[in-house]
Design a protein around this ligand. Sequence first.
Ligand SMILES: Cc1cc2nc3c(=O)[nH]c(=O)nc-3n(C[C@H](O)[C@H](O)[C@H](O)COP(=O)(O)OP(=O)(O)OC[C@H]3O[C@@H](n4cnc5c(N)ncnc54)[C@H](O)[C@@H]3O)c2cc1C
Length: 391
Amino acid sequence: MPAVRPTYDAVVVGLGIMGASALWQLARRGLRVLGVEAGGPLHELGSSHGQTRIFRRAYWEGDQYVPLLNRSYAGWMELADATHDSIAVRTGGLFVGPPASKLVDGSRRTATRCGIVHEYLAAGEITRRFPAFHVRDDAVAVYEPDAMMLFADRARLGYLSRATAAGAHLVHGRRVRALRSGTGGVTVSGDGWQVSCGAVVLAVGGWIGEFLPGEIAPLVTPMRIPVYEFDVAESCRPDHLPGRFPVFLVEDSTGALVYGLPPWQAGAGGLKIGFHNRQLSPVKPGADRRAPSDAERLELWRTIKDVLPGVRSTGRGKACVYTMSDDEGFYIGRSQEIDGVVYVSACSGHGFKFAPGIGEVLAQLAIDGRPALDISAFGPHRAASAGQGER
Ligand SMILES: Cc1cc2nc3c(=O)[nH]c(=O)nc-3n(C[C@H](O)[C@H](O)[C@H](O)COP(=O)(O)OP(=O)(O)OC[C@H]3O[C@@H](n4cnc5c(N)ncnc54)[C@H](O)[C@@H]3O)c2cc1C
């Protein structure tokens, strides 16, 4: 009897930014693809929702990210062209801290070694160029003029609309319960339904442990982390708008790392600000949406009020999820646990900007098993400190 052809060449499970990007990459190659998402198109239970994200390439986290960042930069520009929509705005990026901090020292080293355009600014120069910022005399900054603010929901929906235009099928509101590999490929099943396919791209963020319990679950921890929108004093508002106000990271003398972005459009609320490495607590994905307390909001405000004196203590907070790995690097690869499955997870609070590059890598892995970029730095067996030892 001839082998039965699977219904799809590939199924993408999870349509956060990684799944959405992979779906487009598969569909544009003319493959028969299905994307399955447990939530609605704009649900807020994963990590990809919201108005904005930071894109930067002077990456304090290490040079190993730069090839994927360069690929992603080109990918964001391509998505903007394909959707005729504004996907990103170039704001510049300001990375402030003590000269020897991991942020300033790391950003400068990566930028220098990898040829990323940047400037090194002393304290007085920071305030002269960016009047909203008042930094200590001993602080310095790396300024990356090509850093951008990405429009997150718009980018994700852009990928989904390009994918459907290229023939992809989409299903929202269906949870995948099981993946089973066999001779003809992989069977993907949920409550009362199943489809067969040649390969699965598993892009379920913090839920990955449900599918790869031996291989990836022990390596990742979903964490609740709050993000805030802070009000800005009326008289200072013009200094906090794109054009005068870059996306930023600030590291203080205790090692606390704070990120922030201007309002996504003039008149649209305050500044988006959050701790990157404080106020994290383990959580079951999708479970703890408890709004941040006043004490949590004030802890953050006290950390940034001297650097950004125009920012008021008032504002609104939301709980979000980071899916963390121990070394804060991503996991991308081909599953050893279920044949025919490739995966991404542990985007560790900084993965959004990489979505075009990671989506392409996932599509290449799913199709012929070989990505064009070297992704050995993101495999589960990497050395714990790979790429960071030179600092
Ligand atoms: C507050 C905050 C700020 C951030 N800021 C930045 C930034 O400035 N720059 C940056 O680069 N990155 C940033 N990040 C990180 C970035 O947003 C994440 O790394 C990225 O969104 C992870 O995307 P993902 O697709 O892997 O996961 P997710 O967005 O969590 O998507 C996984 C999807 O899988 C679905 N799913 C789960 N289980 C199933 C199932 N069984 N069946 C079907 N569907 C399922 C979920 O519903 C979800 O939609 C930030 C993250 C947060 C939370």
